[in-house]
Design a protein around this ligand. Structure first.
Ligand SMILES: [Zn+2]
Length: 206
């Protein structure tokens, strides 16, 4: 597994290209903007994009999704709670009939890589964390030393704390690839992340 980070758009969103090096098939996680940058990377590395995974529907994570799909034929995946089928909502993906919805426990293969879907709502109602091998793609749920805000759209602090507690409780350590800012790992956040520690101690949602 090869993970490339492209920082895109006004809000400096981390777009991750996750490649199975044996097949050169890849997933594009959160193509937030700058489709040309993303497509250039795919082309210059001769990659075939099979899937576009959105961790949530906020505009800064999905503005280039349609353009990347158009250019590559990759399928767009998002949680149903972060999509709208009519109208406009800056915090939700306008979903056409070709958009696929994933949910808790779904498993999607990209080449020889296997992604599984963990629902981690709170920052938005349809926020998910994608797990692949030793990596967690946490979107705006968990950041290095921080966590996602809950004052946008349908954010919910109680759900966010429950989701942080869930990530805290996962077995073992993982590399954490967040939607913004630096990469970290789960053990580090368990020890130092104030939000995560609070969530784990308070047992919210139980
Ligand atoms: Zn967001």
């Amino acid at each position: 597994m090869l993970i490339k980070t492209l920082v895109v758009g006004q809000i400096e969103t981390n777009c991750y290209i996750v490649t199975d090096e044996t097949t050169l098939r890849c997933a594009v996680i959160d193509p937030g903007d700058e489709s040309n940058t993303i497509l250039d990377y795919l082309e210059s590395n001769r990659l075939t994009a099979d899937a576009i995974f959105l961790t949530h529907g906020h505009f800064d994570h999905r503005l280039a999704a349609a353009a990347v799909r158009e250019a590559t034929g990759a399928l767009i995946w998002i949680h149903r709670n972060d999509a709208v089928t009519d109208g406009v909502d800056q915090f939700k993906l306008p979903a056409d009939p070709d958009v696929h919805f994933y949910k808790e426990g779904d498993i999607i293969k990209v080449g020889n890589l296997t992604f599984d879907v963990l629902e981690t709502p709170g920052h938005s109602p349809g926020s998910v964390t994608l797990r692949c091998e030793n990596a967690l793609f946490t979107g705006d749920t968990l950041f290095r030393d921080s966590a996602g805000r809950t004052d946008l759209g349908e954010g919910n602090i109680h759900l966010l704390l429950r989701s942080l507690r869930r990530l805290y409780s996962l077995e073992g350590n993982y590399e954490v690839y967040a939607g913004h800012m630096d990469t970290t790992n789960l053990d580090r956040e368990r020890r130092f992340n104030t939000y995560m520690k609070y969530a784990a101690e308070e047992n919210p949602g139980t």
